[in-house]
Design a protein around this ligand. Sequence first.
Ligand code: BTN
Length: 271
Amino acid sequence: MVSAAEEKARYLRDALETMNVQRIGKSISWHEHVDSTNLQAANLAKEGAEEGMVVLSDVQDAGYGRLNRSWASPAGGVWLSIILRPKIAIQEAAKITLMGGVAVAETLESLYGLNPTIKWPNDVLISEKKVCGILTEMRTEGRDIQFLILGLGINANCNFEELPEDIRSSATTLRLEKGSDISIMPLIETLLYNIDRLYNVLLSGDTRYIINLWKNRSDTLGRRVAITTPMEKIEGLAMDLDDSGALVIRTDDGGLKTIVAGDCTHLTNAI
Ligand code: BTN
């Protein structure tokens, strides 16, 4: 007997084919329960799974986010990971995360008329509240990227009360924003379509296009921010995003600092 998850995988694969999606979703693995779709996707990638394979789960029992924080993944959300094998330099990989944020924001805008913004590097916000987190993990071999897992978690129809108490003041769900449940399948279809489109742009070498889309949706540029890295905590004005996706900050001594990765807190309202 075909399970509900297998049925959804089949339906999604057919829909993406009809939409002429080129690289993403040629093969799809959908679970009812899984520890983490990122972990599953990484295992499949290690075994040689092709670029574009998508792993989804209705629920994740051990979902995780940046800085190894746990990521609540109850029923009703979109928890998915995509295997990518881009032939780009390791230091260029941050662009994939930025591309993911832009794809989510464009999807939520076109489907629901929302106005999503992006907090550097990868939080998609609606009215300042996080609706989606993105985690990109990479396996390298010498100077090459062997594979990259682009993991996206969208609080779609999750029950708000099932999200951990400590994140509720800074989180939202699509159901809350729209006032009713949204249809999950069109959301996933449109999201994967947009990721495919923007990933193709990235691979064609037009990074500026993606960086500019990100900048236009940025919730971070123009604000005073605090960035915590494993080495230091830096405060200053978020000035720009450079071509590699790093954040350029003007510190209080007037100098410019370029930050490749870190945890970003907004200290002031946007100007
Ligand atoms: C963050 O904001 O810290 C990133 C959260 C990323 C969560 C997604 S859900 C699908 C995929 N599987 C995981 O375990 N994590 C990512």
